[in-house]
Write a protein that binds this ligand. Structure first.
Ligand SMILES: Cc1ncc(COP(=O)(O)O)c(C=O)c1O
Length: 378
């Protein structure tokens, strides 16, 4: 298994700033401006959110939030509603300004300059940014392309047990590879992490999995924190809303470092309405299933080899991800260049409604004919 290891100091380390500037999907207004494009004209396959957009009831709830009053500091009503829907106690859940905020708060609580953090990579960049900021040693356990981006579990368990990390970050299904580990595997990883510290399990994309397994019982060990995002499942990326579930003592610690009023009133109102919109997520899962099957078949037809998708996105080797992303933008289509994940040959494509997927495939065929896609087995 390829492995990279970085120790980053708290101060004076020129690499720290770079580590903190995490690349994300989504549209870049400045870039669109220079290309003469309006946001509304672009088909956005670069951020992996609910392809149906925000439900009307959620939008209406957000619009009727009280803008004059301070938001509830503990997001109490939303917390109680989340606890009820998850079958846990309100003090076992904390709401955040996106799950990204919670990832940073967890790192701040459990890491410092003498600790070690293991990240199952390639994966979401905020884990490294959050860990690096604390000065902790960051160790990446990188899955390899030739293994279908699956970590070899026995040696990964051994590596975790030997490294004795304070925190292990695992994203399941993983961003960007789409690999989804089963309950037995995650439990083994959680036990290995729990022998010295905690496992942070990021469930952000579970709502789009066709047959997911329930992660909730993992918190009973007191060694697992589940991080979840309403941003993805309910298309609330602009509002920012996520939550973490764990034993009460852990939740208390996370909350203790949270800025006052970090979750605004619009987000809290939208979240309460979103919890009543299971049907919207169910319909989104159907759209995702249809889009993923279509994209996989069509990519194969045009000569590309996508990794098998277990989530609402897939990655595919196109030779030069940055070049293909740029070429597609000229067709008003945004995809995620995977260079920042250490996968410069790949792009990540999110599930969108079928009609949009057809535009994407047509644009890919055009740029292939122009010779933009090279270096793969065409
Ligand atoms: C795996 C993963 N976790 C968490 C997040 C952050 O989500 P949120 O919008 O809830 O902060 C993202 C965003 O892209 C993500 O990909």
């Amino acid at each position: 298994m390829a492995r990279s290891c970085t120790r980053l100091g708290n101060t004076g380390n020129p690499a720290l700033g770079d580590r903190m500037r995490v690349v994300h999907g989504g549209l870049d207004e400045a870039e669109l401006y220079h290309l003469g494009l309006d946001r509304e004209q672009v088909l956005d396959f670069s951020s992996s959110i609910n392809p149906l957009g925000t439900a009307d009831s959620v939008r209406n709830a957000a619009l009727s939030a009280d803008l004059a009053a301070y938001p509830d500091r503990q997001s109490w009503r939303l917390r109680v509603a989340l606890a009820t829907s998850e079958g846990i106690r309100p003090n076992e859940v904390v709401v955040g300004n996106g799950s990204a905020e919670l990832i940073h708060l967890i790192a701040q609580n459990y890491l410092n300059a003498t600790s070690r953090c293991l990240i199952l990579a390639p994966t979401f960049g905020e884990y490294e940014a959050a860990a690096a900021q604390t000065g902790a040693e960051v160790v990446h356990l990188r899955a390899r392309q030739e293994d279908g981006f699956r970590w070899p579990i026995p040696s990964t368990v051994t590596r975790i047990e030997q490294a004795r990390p304070d925190l292990v970050f695992l994203c399941n299904p993983n961003n960007p590879t789409g690999v989804y580990l089963d309950r037995i595997t995650v439990t083994r990883l959680a036990e290995a992490a729990g022998s010295s510290g905690l496992l942070v399990l990021d469930d952000a994309f579970v709502p789009f999995v066709t047959t997911p397994w329930d992660t909730r019982s993992l918190i009973d060990s007191g060694k697992v924190i589940l991080v979840r995002s309403l941003t993805k499942s309910h298309a609330l990326a602009g509002v920012r809303l996520g939550y973490a579930i764990a034993r009460e003592n852990i939740i208390e610690k996370i909350e203790s470092l949270q800025y006052t009023w970090s979750v605004n009133a619009i987000a809290q109102a939208a979240g309460l309405a979103a919890l009543k919109e299971d049907k919207h997520v169910e319909r989104a899962r159907e759209v995702v299933g249809e889009a993923m099957a279509y994209l996989r078949d069509e990519l194969l037809r045009i000569g590309l080899f996508p990794e098998p998708p277990d989530a609402n996105f897939l990655i595919v080797d196109v030779g030069d991800g940055a070049r293909v992303r740029e070429a597609l933008l000229h067709h008003a289509i945004a995809v995620r260049d995977c260079t920042s994940f250490g996968l410069p040959g790949y792009i990540r494509i999110a599930a969108r409604p079928l009609v949009e997927c057809k535009y994407l495939i047509a644009a890919l065929e055009k740029i292939m004919a122009e010779g933009v896609i090279t270096g793969v087995n065409l």
